[in-house]
Design a protein. Structure first.
Length: 173
């Protein structure tokens, strides 16, 4: 009887610990704009792949993204700016509602992070060109909050040869 009581008390401490840990973890999870971007990135239907290929590419030499491999897709609105070979048209300006998702892979099979550009000028997280910058790990934790408005991204994505901030054409001609 007494040992039963001890077991119950131990169990309660254990459960309490798990609850505390999981509620802390929740704080790092995507919320607000980040959560919206994360949900949009996970829904893969209706996208077109860069150069019509879902094969993984090696991250380029100019990449600011630490993962080894990547592949990039465009939602139906963004895909209107792709030419017949699946590359971005020269001089393109993406229309409102465009979503570009770069899937970053840690290795050949493990998706590590989503890097996203979402043209949504009405968002309070949009930059001067109307882009919202998302950087969210595959598990839903936030690598760089959208509220930073691309401050960690824009200088590199403004380099010569970008098209409306896009660098895929330049590094994967
Ligand atoms: C030091 C340069 C650099 C920085 C900083 C950088 N990027 Fe990139 N990014 C690249 C390059 C180069 C590519 C082309 C693909 C590759 O090699 O990774 C790219 C590709 C992308 C793409 C695919 C669309 C395209 O054509 O460019 C997205 C989306 C993206 N980056 C988002 C971000 C976000 C979000 C941040 C900031 C949190 C960021 N990038 C910071 C260099 C950078």
């Amino acid at each position: 009887m007494k040992s039963n009581l001890v077991a119950v008390i131990v169990l309660m401490f254990f459960l309490g610990g798990i609850l505390t840990i999981s509620s802390c973890k929740k704080d790092e999870q995507a919320a607000g704009t980040d959560k919206e971007l994360y949900e949009m990135a996970k829904a893969t239907s209706g996208f077109t792949w860069f150069k019509h290929s879902s094969s993984l590419l090696n991250t380029s030499s100019g990449s600011g993204h630490p993962q080894a491999f990547l592949r990039t897709r465009y939602n139906a609105v963004a895909a209107t700016m792709l030419d017949s070979s699946g590359k971005i048209m020269t001089g393109a300006t993406f229309p409102e509602g465009s979503l570009i998702v770069k899937e970053l892979f840690d290795n050949a099979t493990t998706l590590g992070r989503y890097a996203m550009l979402y043209k949504n000028p009405g968002s309070s997280d949009a930059d001067a060109k109307g882009w919202v910058w998302g950087y969210i790990n595959a598990d839903g934790s936030v690598a760089e909050p959208a509220s930073n408005k691309g401050s960690a991204c824009i200088s590199c994505h403004s380099q010569a040869g970008n098209i409306d901030y896009m660098l895929m054409n330049k590094y994967f001609p």
